[in-house]
Design a protein around this ligand. Structure first.
Ligand code: ADP
Length: 324
């Protein structure tokens, strides 16, 4: 392969730039030409594509967001959209593409591969909701951001003897809630993967009060509120009325998607970017790279998409065991 494209698609995640940089530099090091495709698959449909040189990706490893921009592209879902994308690739001489994004983006990458443009997907989403990898780019930064903000909420909850209900992101996976909940000493963590309901949080608050605990942090995942059709405000109202503890709700929202990527995100992005280009240079497409334990792995996209994400029940038990 002489020329490859790189794009970021779906929701943004800190560390995407580190992946773009790694892909670009690895490919150039192998003698390839690299083309940046802007705004996800949109760039293939409207031909917003620019050459990336070694210096085009200078000073981006430490920046959040994505310098190639990202977007959803519904026009790319039907086969005619994919075929239009293939035509652009042929016109531009793009022989393979690295697609940095989530499951949805990998479906686009699979379709492109099936139509003759080999693609390799790199998992990047703050939610850590991709089964084929233990870890997705952006997850660590998002957790650290959430942790810092919850620490601040704790200060004020403590000063006022209040309960703070904090909703963190993660519609399809409660990982951010689980890990930040442990790290912030949450009284309980409500995630869709567990059977616990608001009643459990109330019971937990009531039982820990007997040991002179005066303030409480309840971390709730977006998946829990969406799945149970209950807002963080409503959870907060129920807790206050059942326990008598003044309770406030905070939804952290998109602030979790931004910021300077942590060391872990930069490192994982650099490793996965390197491997993705290696695969393309070996002529292998229709694959997703990821991390399992300490190893870099890769799977066929269909196989990766069929995998079921597991929740760390052991970790959840630990959270409950040390939070009273
Ligand atoms: P994420 O990659 O973060 O999961 P989305 O699910 O929004 O984000 O998908 C991102 C983009 O991937 C979509 O806007 C679309 O362009 C493309 N895509 C998603 N599903 C498909 C599909 N079945 N076929 C082709 N392209 C798809």
């Amino acid at each position: 392969m002489k020329t490859i494209g790189v794009l970021t698609s779906g929701g943004d995640a800190p560390g995407m730039n580190a992946a773009i940089r790694s892909v670009t530099r690895t490919a150039i090091g192998k003698g390839m030409t690299v083309k940046g495709v802007y705004r996800g698959f949109n760039g293939l449909l409207n031909k917003h594509i620019e050459d990336l040189g070694v210096r085009s990706v200078s000073n981006i490893i430490e920046r959040g967001g994505t310098t190639l921009y990202t977007a959803r592209c519904p026009e790319f879902v039907p086969l005619e959209g994919v075929r239009k994308g293939v035509k652009t690739c042929i016109d531009e001489g793009i022989e393979g593409i690295v697609v940095i994004g989530g499951d949805g983006s990998f479906r686009g990458a699979k379709d492109l591969s099936n139509e003759g443009i080999p693609c390799v997907g790199i998992p990047a989403t703050i939610d850590n909701d991709i089964a084929a990898t233990d870890y997705t780019i952006g997850f660590d930064t998002a957790m650290n951001t959430a942790m810092e903000l919850i620490d601040k909420l704790r200060d004020t909850a403590q000063s006022h003897d209040r309960c703070s209900v904090v909703e963190v992101m993660g519609r399809r996976a409660g990982d951010i809630a689980l890990y930040t909940g442990i790290a912030c000493g949450a009284t309980t963590i409500l995630v869709m993967e567990s059977d616990y309901t608001v009643a459990h949080a109330i019971e937990r608050i009531n039982s820990t009060r007997t040991s002179r605990k005066h303030h409480f942090i309840i971390v709730v995942s977006e998946g829990f509120t969406a799945g149970n059709k209950i807002s963080a405000d409503e959870i907060s109202r129920q807790i206050e009325s059942e326990t008598g503890v003044e309770t406030r709700a905070t939804i952290l929202g998109h602030v979790q998607r931004g910021g300077t990527p942590t060391l872990r995100d930069r490192l994982v992005a650099s490793r996965l970017g390197f491997r993705a280009v290696e695969l393309l240079s070996e002529g292998k497409g229709n694959r997703v790279v990821g991390i399992k334990g300490a190893a870099i792995v890769d799977y066929e996209i269909n196989e990766a998409l069929a995998m079921k994400k597991t929740f760390d029940d052991e970790m959840y038990k630990i959270a409950e065991a040390i939070s009273f």
